[in-house]
Ligand binder design. Structure first.
Ligand SMILES: [Zn+2]
Length: 455
């Protein structure tokens, strides 16, 4: 730490203080709607903001804000203080905020506590400069971005939107559009049949917006022993399949590769691969056959009838959950549809094939509309100018994503940073870190962005 300025040292310490709070959503308690972790992180962040000289308010534990300046109009910076669970595979303890090789390691360092603290120090510099502004500058903290947006929605209900702003929770140079996101559950009851091998159950997945990393089928019936013997050669030590005898029945588990629901093509869907394997190896079952006809190993919705794309990207199709037991089957799909396509059209094509022809009852249970701003939009241009000036990168262009950021929570907000040095790839992964050099650069970029937007 010896060479850093006093300001940088304080910035690092404030980030470390926040990283040491495990702000994963938990059981609600009085005044802590998302549990004690997110509530403690919000209190600590507001304490830091008090010390930096901002006016602060804690909104019943749901959200909070810190601001300075005068005026009706508000420049908003939207960040979140909650984190996803740490998972396994860490080299340094995930909540110690250990510094090694110029990097701060820990859950939340890049997503999103590091960028939030850097933006606070950018705000602090604008405040200290004494420069006269026409708008107030307000940092808005949400506390359950990863698990449902109750916090930011509570804020919008009470305080409304902002004049303009950004969320440091996406990527550089800037995200000017986000695809529509729809979660749909499909259910069907299949007739019971007598046959040699019976599927007693088939389950997979943890969340609709993740590529499932495991799926397990329990097989029984007269023919199961012979079938297991026949496939055992194929399912060796280093295959992704695990076989286990459980008395009369056998379990067959397929290990997949997890990935974010917006990029199903980079993962390996354990549900789809397990079903594909069973069908390829002679298991006859109407539910499995229907699944293969509609989905198979696809991640673009082609056989489902909803393959589509526009200039900003194609629809992605992820089966995140499946449960099949006693003839009752259901699976949940997370799709990210192109920015220029209407929700109605997507919903129609989702249903037409699967429901009308294949008998699956469809229920849409979650939807986020796409957002889009032109590249010549004044907010986009102002922020792009700042990015180019500070980084010298004049090549990179604004782009669109399938993910969802707080830019969707209110009008005239875009995702702007972080990830100057590649560490954004480690969001939600083990060994998440932010480089101290990036913290310094972020504070400078956000200082300049705030100054331009608030003038
Ligand atoms: Zn985030």
């Amino acid at each position: 730490m010896e060479n850093w300025s006093i300001e940088t040292k304080e910035m690092i310490q404030d980030l470390q203080t926040l990283i040491r709070i495990r702000s994963v959503e938990g059981e609600a308690e009085p005044g802590m709607p998302f549990g004690s972790g997110p509530a403690a992180a919000l209190e600590e962040a507001l304490r830091i903001c008090d010390r930096l000289g901002f006016r602060t308010e804690n909104m019943d534990g749901y959200a909070g804000f810190a601001e300075f300046g005068e005026g009706e109009e508000v420049v908003g910076i939207l960040a979140h203080l909650d984190v996803v669970p740490e998972g396994d595979g860490w080299e340094f303890a995930p909540y110690e905020a250990h510094i090694s090789d110029g990097k701060i390691f820990g859950r939340g360092t890049i997503d999103d506590k590091g960028p939030a603290v850097a933006a606070l120090y950018g705000m602090k510099r604008v405040l200290d400069s004494g420069i006269s502004l026409n708008r107030r500058v307000r940092m808005i903290f949400g506390t359950n971005e990863e698990t449902g947006w109750g916090g930011i929605n509570y804020y919008v209900e009470k305080e409304g939107g902002v004049t303009c702003g950004f969320t440091p929770d996406g990527a550089f140079p800037l995200i000017h559009g986000e695809k529509g996101i729809m979660d749909v559950k499909f259910s069907q009851t299949f007739p019971q049949r007598e046959m040699g091998i019976e599927i007693l159950s088939l389950d997979g997945g943890n969340a609709v917006n993740m590529v499932p990393d495991a799926a397990t089928a329990i097989l029984g019936g007269d023919g199961v022993e012979a079938w297991i013997q026949a496939i055992q050669k194929e399912v060796g030590e280093d295959s992704p399949f695990k076989l286990e005898s459980q008395g009369e029945v056998w379990s067959i588990k397929r290990i997949g590769k997890s990935a974010h629901g917006s990029t199903p093509e980079v993962g390996e869907n354990a549900i789809s691969h397990l079903i594909d394997f069973l069908v390829q190896h002679g298991i006859q079952d109407p539910c499995l056959n229907s699944y293969m006809e509609l989905i198979g190993l696809e991640t673009d919705g082609d056989s489902f009838g909803c393959k589509m794309s526009d200039a900003y990207g194609a629809l992605t199709f992820n089966v995140g959950l499946l449960h099949y037991e006693k003839s009752e089957a259901s699976f949940c799909v997370n799709i990210r549809y192109p920015i220029s396509v209407s929700e109605e059209l997507v919903w129609q094509v989702m249903q037409s094939h699967a429901s009308v022809e294949k008998g699956w009852e469809a229920e849409k249970y979650s939807h986020l509309a796409p957002i889009y701003r032109e590249k010549n939009d004044p907010l986009v241009q102002t922020l792009m100018d700042v990015y180019r000036e500070v980084t010298g990168d004049v090549e990179s262009e604004p782009f669109t994503i399938g993910g969802g950021t707080y830019a969707r929570a209110m009008d005239n907000v875009v995702a702007f940073g972080p990830g100057l040095m590649g560490s954004d790839k480690l969001a939600h992964q083990p060994n998440e870190y932010i480089a101290i050099e990036e913290m310094i650069a972020l504070a400078e970029i956000y200082e300049k962005a705030i100054t331009k937007l608030a003038k």
